[in-house]
Design a protein around this ligand. Structure first.
Ligand SMILES: C[S@@+](CC[C@H](N)C(=O)[O-])C[C@H]1O[C@@H](n2cnc3c(N)ncnc32)[C@H](O)[C@@H]1O
Length: 225
């Protein structure tokens, strides 16, 4: 029996990630002989693992989880401008973690509200850039195509656009949206089709939609949980 299947067995065969469960998340202390596995955390084995992680990672050390995700991170990077303390960054980080995004780039202010990340930032590579110019220069060095996401004049519909595989999706913040400098340096700007009265949707929601558009085009779905 594998570690993941033990945890799954305790939860019932029809259960998914433990966050979807009713009541307390996770598993109690390990029962029986402890497997010899350097990835396991002695403290979690002794006390139980109540973290918001998928069952396959129950009792694993945080570094071991990050290392495992690192073996199959996507060639997708996400950037969000943070010149006015954007409150959506936590949501963006959490979704990026769910999609095994390579790195989330914060542009502008270094500080951001981690609450919405629900601790997923501990498993996600994050990088800070002082300016948009720094981000663009870094992306060029890495051979990543920058695609801005906003509904501004000249944009192309995300619904029909072919996104580059080695890609950095760049989001703006509430109010100003994606900066002119970012759009000028982007390969293209993609918009998400809207049909109601609002001018735009929440940046965190827009990031989720755009990341999923990339996933539909480039991810190996047979490797999803
Ligand atoms: C609230 S919007 C910015 C304001 C918007 N440009 C306006 O004129 O009201 C914040 C960010 O969310 C993303 N966003 C929101 N709605 C979008 C849409 N329909 N298409 C693409 N991106 C969108 C973009 O990255 C945008 O910069």
């Amino acid at each position: 029996m594998t570690l993941g299947s033990k945890a799954r067995g305790e939860l019932g065969p029809d259960k998914g990630p433990t966050e979807w469960m009713e009541g307390r998340h996770g598993v109690g202390p390990w029962e029986g002989p402890v497997p010899e596995d350097a990835r396991l955390d002695p403290e979690l084995l002794a006390e139980g693992d109540r973290r918001n992680v998928v069952d396959a990672y129950r009792y694993w050390k945080r570094e071991a989880i990050v290392a495992d995700i690192d073996t199959r991170r996507h060639e997708l990077h996400i950037a969000i401008e943070n010149f006015e303390n954007d409150s959506n960054i936590g949501t963006v980080v959490r979704t990026a973690n769910a999609f095994a995004v390579n790195t989330v780039h914060i542009v502008g202010k270094r500080r951001w509200n981690r609450r919405g990340a629900m601790v997923t930032d501990r498993y996600q590579h994050l990088m800070h850039h002082e300016t948009v110019a720094d981000l663009i220069a870094w992306s060029q060095e890495q051979g990543l195509a920058v695609v801005a996401i906003d509904n501004t004049p000249g944009c192309v519909p995300l619904e029909t656009a072919q996104l580059p595989k080695r890609c950095l999706l760049l989001f703006g913040q509430e109010g100003p949206g994606v900066s002119a400098q970012a759009q000028e340096n982007a390969r293209m700007t993609c918009s998400i089709a809207q049909f109601g009265s609002t001018r735009s949707i929440n940046a965190g929601v827009a990031a989720g939609i755009a990341m999923h558009a990339w996933i539909r085009q480039h991810a190996d779905l047979s490797r999803a949980w």
